[in-house]
Ligand binder design. Structure first.
Ligand SMILES: Cc1cc2nc3c(=O)[nH]c(=O)nc-3n(C[C@H](O)[C@H](O)[C@H](O)COP(=O)(O)OP(=O)(O)OC[C@H]3O[C@@H](n4cnc5c(N)ncnc54)[C@H](O)[C@@H]3O)c2cc1C
Length: 388
């Protein structure tokens, strides 16, 4: 049994840690200030271009993309280390390309789609979105009712999607729709590549979310998509969509570990310095237990997440492990960040520290890509099976 990252994956993790320390963390005060002033969480164009330039020169693009289109094809275990480091700052930067849609495209594209969509995406030239959730179907996507009907060579999509991140900016959206109502999730849901500006793909409104994030509502009105933009096999969109969700959930577990570790580091630095009633906070059992519990839970979360990623790399079925880590790690980090905010007292309530933003991000992470309760239900359903 081996509990260490391979040498090259540890070196990559260290490299990302240096990128975060030298390039992302210095931008934090400006990011926090803009968010506090209600200007959103995004980076300025110049900031983004500079980060792209540096991360690209460090070889940090396309880490888990296929080698034949310029990626490094790294395994999931390596990406856990990368994502843990990236989450140690609230500066919002994603190393191109974002992994979940990459995995879904990789599993499904035709040669033509590979040229037109996957390759530019890997090269960091395009941004994508995913349209699954609907007003009546979020945690249970099998209940979606957006329809795609054949019309000659084309597909015509009608329906409504909601909570879609990047829908207004993405060059293309992977849109899930029902192609056979009778079969539903068992052979009746397909994925489509819908380009920005396609007539009938109407971004109705931005929806400001907790923590400075924005999602969008999208109305699909006779949205015509050419036949070759069906992604994968007709009716078989659900499995690659689950693959995509699994990729994001492992990322979210790694992000949670990174945020929890930062919060713990902040407690450990601050508690010995702050004196109340004649003693430093670090001498108080309340704080000591938060520190001990945080360290223990982060250790458990890290081992669980690496174990899940390693099993995935071995080609094993990790659906239950993914639900376990998605629920455990997001809840764990939310609690630890909350304890850090409590330790800092009034300072922990300010928008000058990153803690409130980490807390708000984690609050949304306890919902998206499946709320905690649904993941626990999945685990219990698996274990109880027919004995229920
Ligand atoms: C910041 C953010 C970004 C998002 N981005 C996207 C995106 O880009 N694309 C996209 O398609 N969607 C996106 N979503 C949607 C997200 O994935 C869904 O909101 C989420 O899956 C929950 O669906 P819902 O809101 O319909 O909640 P529901 O499914 O209505 O669930 C509501 C609550 O009911 C409880 N519950 C539901 N089912 C069960 C059960 N079986 N057992 C026990 N309790 C249960 C849970 O407590 C749950 O929180 C985003 C959401 C957020 C918050």
């Amino acid at each position: 049994m081996e509990f260490e990252l391979a040498e090259e994956h540890r070196m990559l993790k260290d490299l990302v840690a240096r990128f975060v320390r030298d390039e992302l963390t210095p931008l934090e005060p400006a990011v926090l200030k803009r968010e506090a002033e209600g200007c959103g969480l995004g980076l300025g164009r110049d900031e983004h271009s500079r980060l792209d330039e540096v991360s690209r020169s460090l070889g940090l693009w396309g880490l888990d993309a296929p080698e034949d289109i310029g990626g490094s094809d790294l395994p999931a275990v390596a990406m856990v280390g990368v994502n843990e480091e990236l989450a140690r700052t609230v500066t919002p930067y994603t190393l191109p390309p974002d992994s979940p849609n990459l995995r879904m495209l990789q599993a499904t594209v035709t040669e033509r789609q590979k040229e037109a969509y996957l390759a530019p995406y890997v090269r960091g030239e395009t941004v994508s979105a995913i349209g699954i959730s609907e007003p009546g179907a979020g945690g249970d996507p099998a209940g979606m009712i957006t329809r795609a009907d054949r019309d000659g060579e084309d597909w015509v999509i009608n329906g409504r999607k909601i909570w879609i991140t990047r829908a207004a900016d993405a060059d293309f959206t992977i849109l899930m729709a029902v192609t056979d109502k009778e079969k539903g999730a068992r052979g009746g849901i397909s994925a489509f590549l819908v380009d920005k500006g396609t007539p009938g793909f109407n971004v109705v409104r931005p929806i400001p979310m907790v923590g400075g994030a924005v999602t969008y509502e999208v109305l699909l009105e006779d949205c015509r998509v050419e036949g070759w933009k069906l992604l994968g096999t007709e009716g078989q969109g659900f499995a690659p969509m689950q693959l995509r969700l699994g990729t994001r959930r492992i990322e979210m577990a790694a992000w949670s570990i990174g945020m929890a570790q930062r919060a713990l580091d902040m407690i450990c630095e601050y508690a010995p310095q702050r004196t109340t009633f004649g003693q430093p906070l670090s001498q108080r059992q309340a704080i000591q237990w938060w520190v001990a519990d945080a360290a223990t839970k982060i250790h458990a979360a890290r081992l669980m997440t690496y174990d899940c990623a390693w099993k995935l790399d071995q080609g094993r079925d990790v659906r239950m492990e993914i639900s376990m880590i998605k629920a455990f790690c997001t809840e764990m980090a939310y609690e630890i960040v909350d304890h850090a905010m409590q330790t800092f007292g009034a300072m922990g309530m300010t928008k000058e520290l990153p803690l409130q933003l980490m807390s708000a991000k984690l609050r949304t992470m306890r919902i998206y890509d499946g709320p905690t309760e649904i993941h626990k239900w999945v685990v219990a359903r698996n274990l109880l099976g027919s004995r229920r």
